[in-house]
Design a protein around this ligand. Structure first.
Ligand code: GLN
Length: 553
């Protein structure tokens, strides 16, 4: 009975990544790097992020506190680590790859209410842990891979993480030693005063893990510099693992170097050997050439991100990576400067600083705070022909700006900002009017878009049909489309039924384009997203053109 609840056994092997000492040490990057080391050896992988918080998904969390909400193609609002997995491993994951306490409990409680537990007392062990294991195994079955990586969010010792650690502890028993691997990632601080590497916090976190019943198979020390032999010896001794199972992830110029560095230390070979998966010689050439272009750019441009969450760059992580990928394609370093849009409301004179940038970028956002600052920045970019790219809220506010200043609908607004505006050029989508619940109720995930021939968008995508990911409640109000078009705005991308506006552009400008969708979620190293690439290229061409002019004068 107990075993039946676990579902069918899959053929996949399982790597579990836990973290110690403190969070934000880069477990997501290390998990992605492990995946990359396996993938370059021909091993098929997928990745899961386990988030012990009680939210059902990340959709209701403030990006200022938790960083960006990543959107999967099937409309999952997930932890930003899924973005790292997708970028490093060039995968398109589903919402099943993010498992939260909220989700697990919701299912268990629903089953209990249905009477599915047949009168049993419902407990954390085995009912909650079974549900966690079922979800992990479901991803293994669904993805048909050789190895499933599961990263446990938070730090070992957190109360809320315990059921997840208990579940992965049980998986060793059920799946077997050769089919499971525990990787523990922990910080090794270096004291400022003496320059000494301290392994004691790491030793304590390993002890905490063992108390729960998990003995790590390998430890990754996260440190500013490569760990010294003495530190390695101590980690091996107190961690009860051989010295050749201790690896170090040290600070690098670009995080895309991490898998290369870990592989150089023998981690890829160690994992393949330990899990007994068929692995060929690793093939790194494409990855290396991407890393080299990131490290040695020939040009540089400077763009300004005018946002609402500018104080926490993790709020825009997929966007800044999309700029990196786009920059690499034209051997350009894209320096992204962040400014809180409210600054331009309080100090309009600072708008003049926009001239110092090669491009202006207005990202996603929610609510009225800072929206006027974004609108004046868009106006400045349009009037001064500074390349402009807008994403989601950036798209909607570009419509508001154009309606106000070109179509002369002076009080035009989005009803998200002013519900009683006389010109609601951006309004709630019809299906959103009745929605009261906040979680998972936006227009989410991949939708098809028709791109108009002969437009800038068409020249970027080179296709009349694209599929892009969405996350929004509001859209261009159809009542105003013809007015906006008469004013010169071109809607070069629309939904399949022609009703929803998806891309706008302004012919005659160097580059003025915005999209209702989020191209950044499809951007990968070596495969930049077309709208980000087009923008970066336009900024670069303008800069080079201008510097050439200056040289000639
Ligand atoms: N707040 C806007 C909406 O809900 C834009 C959302 C976004 O930028 N992701 O439609």
């Amino acid at each position: 009975m107990h075993l039946l609840l676990l579902g069918p056994q899959s053929m996949a092997k399982f790597v579990f990544v836990t973290g110690g000492v403190l969070s934000s040490v880069g477990k997501g990057i290390i998990t992605s790097s492990i995946g990359k080391m396996l993938q370059t050896r021909g091993v098929r992988v997928t990745a899961i992020k386990v988030d012990p918080y009680v939210n059902v998904d990340a959709g209701t969390m403030n990006p200022y506190m938790h960083g960006e909400v990543y959107v999967t193609m099937d409309g999952g609002e997930t932890d930003l680590d899924l973005g790292w997995y997708e970028r490093f491993l060039d995968l398109n994951l589903t919402m099943n790859s993010n498992i939260t306490t909220g989700m697990v409990y919701q299912t268990v409680i629903e089953k209990e209410r249905n009477g599915d537990y047949l009168g049993h007392c419902v407990q954390i062990v085995p009912h909650v842990t079974n549900e966690i294991k079922r979800r992990i195994r479901h991803v293994a079955g669904e993805s048909k891979v050789d190895v499933v990586l599961t990263e446990c969010g938070g730090t070992v010792g957190d109360i809320e993480g315990l059921p997840f650690l208990e579940a992965i502890r049980q998986m060793r028993l059920e799946e077997g030693f050769e089919n499971t691997l525990y990787v523990h990632v922990a910080l090794v601080p270096i004291l400022d005063v003496t320059g000494e590497m301290k392994t004691k916090p790491l030793q304590h976190s390993v002890n905490e893990l063992r108390r729960i019943g998990i003995q790590p198979d390998t430890i990754v020390a996260r440190s500013r510099k490569m760990i010294e032999d003495e530190a390695r010896r101590k980690i091996a001794l107190f961690g009860t693992i051989p010295e050749n199972a201790v690896f170090c992830s040290y600070n690098v110029k670009t995080i895309y170097e991490v898998p290369l560095n870990l592989d150089k230390q023998g981690m890829g070979a160690f994992i393949v050997d330990r899990l007994q998966v068929q692995g060929q010689e690793p093939e790194w050439s494409k990855w290396k050439s991407f890393v080299e272009t990131v490290l040695k750019p020939r040009h540089s441009i400077k763009i300004l991100l005018v946002g609402k969450y500018a104080g926490l760059t993790d709020s825009y992580v997929s966007m800044s990576e999309a700029f990196r990928h786009a920059g690499a394609k034209c051997q350009t370093e894209v320096a992204v400067n962040y400014v809180e849009s409210e600054r331009f409301e309080k100090h309009p004179e600072e708008l003049e600083t926009l001239r110092d940038y090669d491009g202006i970028f207005v990202p996603y956002g929610f609510g009225p705070r800072g929206s006027s600052g974004k609108i004046v920045a868009i106006q400045y970019a349009r009037e001064n022909d500074i390349p402009f790219l807008g994403i989601c809220y950036g798209f909607q506010l570009a419509v508001v700006e154009f309606a106000r200043n070109v179509c002369r609908l002076e009080s035009a607004d989005s009803t998200e900002i002013n519900p009683s505006t006389s010109f609601p050029v951006i309004d709630l989508m019809p299906e959103q009017h009745k929605v009261k619940v906040k979680g998972a109720t936006m227009r989410l995930g991949s939708h098809k878009i028709l791109v108009k021939r002969g437009t800038l968008a068409h020249s970027l995508y080179k296709s009349e049909e694209i599929i892009e990911r969405h996350r929004h409640r509001f859209e261009v109000n159809p009542t105003y489309i013809s007015t906006l078009e008469k004013g010169g705005l071109v809607f070069s991308g629309r939904s399949i039924d022609g009703k929803r506006m998806e891309v706008l552009e302004l012919p005659g400008k160097i580059f003025f384009l915005a999209s209702q969708y989020h191209g950044e979620f499809r951007s990968r190293p070596g495969k930049p997203d077309p709208e980000y690439y087009g923008f970066v290229k336009a900024c670069l061409d303008r800069k080079l053109g201008e510097s050439r002019l200056r040289l000639n004068s």
